[in-house]
Ligand binder design. Structure first.
Ligand code: NAD
Length: 284
């Protein structure tokens, strides 16, 4: 079985991004700037935010994290984001999820200006993506597409099954698979017989957020499996939505957790930030 490791892809990609970053600096006389907005102290979010910041700095970007307490009023955070939207020195803005329950996701989606929305969650991006028009693409599905491309996994004409319909992974993933000419089966928590669906897939992409949901019996022989899930085990290890040892006996290729989808997501975030920065420069 082929392990779809992110490292060879991200190594090459990061070299290109660092070079483009130097080009940006020589044109703009400042580094590209990414601001992460963190509300509360969810432990996983604190780690993800730190990792994003470290990667940004290692590529030559400027990075800031704006921290709000979990008790912050949504209006206060919205007002700060509006000032970031208007700040010409800020290129990319990312609101770290999950947000406290007092925040309404259907409102927050509209807060970041689409030209700085490097997570690509704004409905404008989602709409353009659904229509196959150029746009920022949410980082995790975009990273998966790059990973599959690097390992020359065929998509056109294949049956792709996506488990999960979140707006950050499942839905954009389905749109990208459709755009790449796969036949798409889209499953979610109301799918009555999940196994019957996943077993049809040449390409199985699992983003359910349920540790170990997919065992070997869900996988068609020689399918390619992409595991988006990230979970911390009681032994403090990372694990995915797919039971790796079982799945590895049946799949022809598979992403490990960690080392598969996660690093690709961060790399694509950096790429979106750089695109946003060049976009600002070209429109100034
Ligand atoms: P989410 O909770 O927003 O959505 C989960 C989706 O899975 C829902 O649409 C739900 O209908 C579906 N689902 C849940 N249980 C199911 C079941 N038994 N059968 C079929 N469908 C089911 O989650 P999300 O934000 O899309 O994240 C999913 C997982 O991916 C989480 O573990 C998250 O931590 C991880 N994640 C990883 C990365 C990365 O970079 N590797 C990025 C984003 C999310």
């Amino acid at each position: 079985m082929l392990e779809l490791l992110a490292k060879p892809v991200t190594q090459k990609k990061n070299e290109i991004l660092a070079k483009k970053c130097r080009e940006f600096i020589s044109r703009a006389h400042r580094p590209p700037q990414l601001t992460v907005v963190l509300v509360g102290e969810d432990p996983a979010s604190v780690i993800y935010t730190r990792k994003k910041g470290e990667m940004a700095v290692s590529l030559g970007f400027e990075h800031k994290t704006l921290c709000f307490p979990a008790t912050a009023a949504p209006e206060e955070v919205k007002s700060k984001i509006q000032s970031l939207n208007e700040d010409p020195l800020v290129d990319g803005i990312l609101i770290q999820r999950p947000l406290p329950k007092s925040f309404r996701e259907d409102e927050v989606l509209f807060w970041v200006d689409p030209s700085k929305d490097v997570d690509a969650f704004h409905p404008i991006h989602m709409g353009r993506l659904s229509l196959g028009l150029p746009c920022f693409v949410p980082c995790t599905p975009a990273g998966i597409m790059e990973l599959l491309k690097h390992y020359q996994i065929p998509i056109a004409g294949k049956t792709a099954c996506i488990v999960g319909r979140s707006s950050i992974v499942g839905r954009p993933m389905a749109a990208l698979m459709l755009a790449a000419n796969a036949t798409v089966i889209h499953c979610h928590s109301h799918t009555p017989d999940l196994r019957a669906m996943t077993r049809q897939a040449d390409l199985l992409i699992v983003a359910a957020g349920k540790r170990g949901l997919i065992d070997g019996s869900f996988i068609k022989k020689d399918a390619v499996v992409v595991d988006v899930g990230i979970h911390r085990t009681p032994e403090s290890k990372l694990a995915g939505d797919v039971l790796y040892p079982e799945a590895a006996k049946i799949a022809s290729a598979m992403t490990p957790v960690p080392g598969g989808v996660g690093p690709m997501t961060i790399a694509l975030l950096m790429e979106n930030t750089l695109s946003a920065a060049f976009g600002q420069l070209d429109h100034s």
